[in-house]
Design a protein around this ligand. Structure first.
Ligand code: NAP
Ligand code: ZN
Ligand code: ZN
Length: 347
C-alpha cells in the first residue's frame, strides 16, 4: 500500500482535519500521481456538510486534481513518469453499458465511481479525493494536461471547466447565439470564458453589482444584476441558452422569461432543496428546462485541449492546506475570486 497524507471531514459539522490513509499499490493499468494542486468545488462543501444526504465519513474531498505521474503499472501505455495529468469527478465506470461504450461514461448506467465519497467498481472499496498528496487511478480515467497550462490553473478545469464546456457544446453555444450564465462563481466564470472562446455573445446574471467589472474583464459582453427585479422585465425573450450554476433558491419562472422562444435553460447547480417551478413560462414559448452533469472522459480531454488552445484558464487563489476551512466559509459567502486551489505539496 502507499501511505497518503490528506485533509478529511469526519462529520457534517466539524472542520476538516489532517488525515493519513492508504492508497492501493498500482495495478497493471494504474497510474500513481503526485498531486500538486486540488481545486475547491462547491460540491465538496455540499458533500462534507451532508447537504445531499449521502455522506460517508471520513471523506477526503477534491475532484479537481492536477499533478505529475510518479509511477505507472506494467501495462500502462498512455502515460509515463513526469507527465502532467489530472483527475476529475470520477475514477472508473462499468465500461460496458451503452453510455460507457458511447463516450458518455459520466452517465454510466451502472454508476461511475466518484472520485471521493463513493466506491470503486467493486461496490465496497471507498474512494478518497484530491485534498491529498497522492492518488492511484486507472489510466483510462486520467486526463492529459497540456504542458502550456500551469498545473494550479489546470486543476479547476477538471470539474468547473468541463461542467460548463459540456452543456455549452451540447446546446451549440457559438457565433450568433446569446448565452447567459447565472452565478459568477467557480463554475460560472469558466462558463463566461469558454462561451466567449466558442464565439457566443455572453451575459452574466449575477445576484449583486459587485462582480460587474470582473465579468467584463473575463470576456462577458453584458452584465445584469438580478438584485434589481426590473432587469427581468427589460431582458425578456433575449437568450438562446441560459446555464444556471447557482445552488440558492431562485424564482426560476423569472429566469425562464429571459429565454427566447425555443430557448433552453440548463441547470448545473445542485441546491440542497428542490426548486419550485411553474410551467406557464415554459409552455408559453416552447422553452426547455434541462440538466447536465460534468462531461465524459473524452469530452474532458477535448475541453483541456480547447482551453490550452484558447488560453482559457481560471482565475484562482492558491491556499495552504491549513486554510481550507476558512476558504469554505468564503465560498459560501460568494467571496471567492474565482476558485480556491489548494497547494497539496504543502501537506
Ligand atoms: P460557487 O463558486 O459558490 O458559485 C456559485 C455562485 O452562485 C456564486 O458565486 C454566486 O454568484 C451565486 N450565488 C450564491 N448565492 C446566491 C444567492 N443567494 N442568490 C443568487 N445567486 C447566488 O459554486 P460552484 O463551485 O461554481 O458550484 C455551483 C453549483 O454547481 C454547486 O451547487 C455545485 O454543487 C454544482 N456543481 C454541479 C456540477 C454538475 O455536474 N452539474 C458540477 C460541479 C458543481 P453571483 O455572486 O454572481 O450571483
Ligand atoms: Zn465539482
Ligand atoms: Zn457504464
Amino acid at each position: 500500500m502507499i501511505a497518503a497524507k490528506g485533509i478529511a471531514a469526519f462529520s457534517a459539522s466539524q472542520p476538516l482535519k489532517p488525515y493519513t490513509f492508504e492508497r492501493r499499490d498500482p495495478k497493471e493499468h494504474d497510474v500513481v500521481i503526485d498531486i500538486k494542486f486540488a481545486g475547491i468545488c462547491h460540491s465538496d462543501i455540499h458533500t462534507v456538510r451532508d447537504e445531499w444526504g449521502r455522506a460517508n465519513y471520513p471523506i477526503v474531498p477534491g475532484h479537481e486534481i492536477a499533478g505529475v505521474v510518479k509511477a505507472v503499472g506494467s501495462k500502462v501505455t498512455k502515460y509515463k513518469v513526469g507527465d502532467h495529468v489530472g483527475i476529475g469527478c470520477f475514477v472508473d465506470s462499468c465500461r460496458h453499458c451503452e453510455n460507457c461504450k458511447n463516450d458518455l461514461d459520466n452517465y454510466c448506467l451502472e454508476g461511475f465511481s466518484s472520485t471521493y465519497n463513493g466506491t470503486e467498481q467493486d461496490g465496497v472499496t471507498p474512494t478518497q479525493g484530491g485534498y491529498s498528496n497522492v492518488i492511484v487511478a486507472d489510466e483510462n480515467y486520467v486526463l492529459r494536461i497540456p504542458d502550456s497550462i500551469p498545473l494550479n490553473q489546470a486543476a479547476p478545469l477538471l470539474c468547473a471547466g468541463i461542467t460548463l464546456y459540456s452543456p455549452l457544446k451540447h446546446w451549440n453555444a457559438g457565433p450568433g447565439k446569446k448565452v447567459a450564465i447565472m452565478g459568477l462563481g467557480g463554475l460560472g466564470h469558466m462558463g463566461v470564458k469558454i462561451a466567449r472562446a466558442l464565439g457566443a455573445h455572453v451575459t452574466v446574471l449575477s445576484h449583486s453589482e459587485k462582480k460587474r467589472e470582473d465579468a467584463l474583464k473575463m470576456g462577458a459582453h453584458e452584465f445584469i444584476s438580478t438584485h434589481d427585479k426590473s432587469a427581468f422585465r427589460e431582458n425578456q425573450l433575449k437568450f438562446d441558452l441560459i446555464i444556471n450554476t447557482v445552488s440558492a433558491d431562485l424564482d426560476m419562472g423569472a429566469y425562464f422569461s429571459l429565454l427566447k422562444t425555443d430557448g433552453t435553460l440548463v441547470v448545473v447547480g445542485l441546491p440542497e432543496k428542490p426548486l419550485l417551478i411553474h410551467p406557464f413560462p415554459l409552455v408559453g414559448h416552447r422553452r426547455s428546462y434541462a440538466g447536465s452533469m460534468i462531461g465524459s472522459i473524452k469530452e474532458t480531454q477535448e475541453m483541456l485541449d480547447f482551453c490550452a488552445k484558447h488560453k482559457t484558464y481560471p482565475e484562482i487563489e492558491v491556499i495552504e492546506p491549513s486554510e481550507v476551512n476558512v476558504a469554505y466559509e468564503r465560498v459560501i459567502r460568494s467571496d471567492v475570486r474565482y476558485r480556491f486551489v489548494i497547494d497539496t505539496s504543502k501537506l
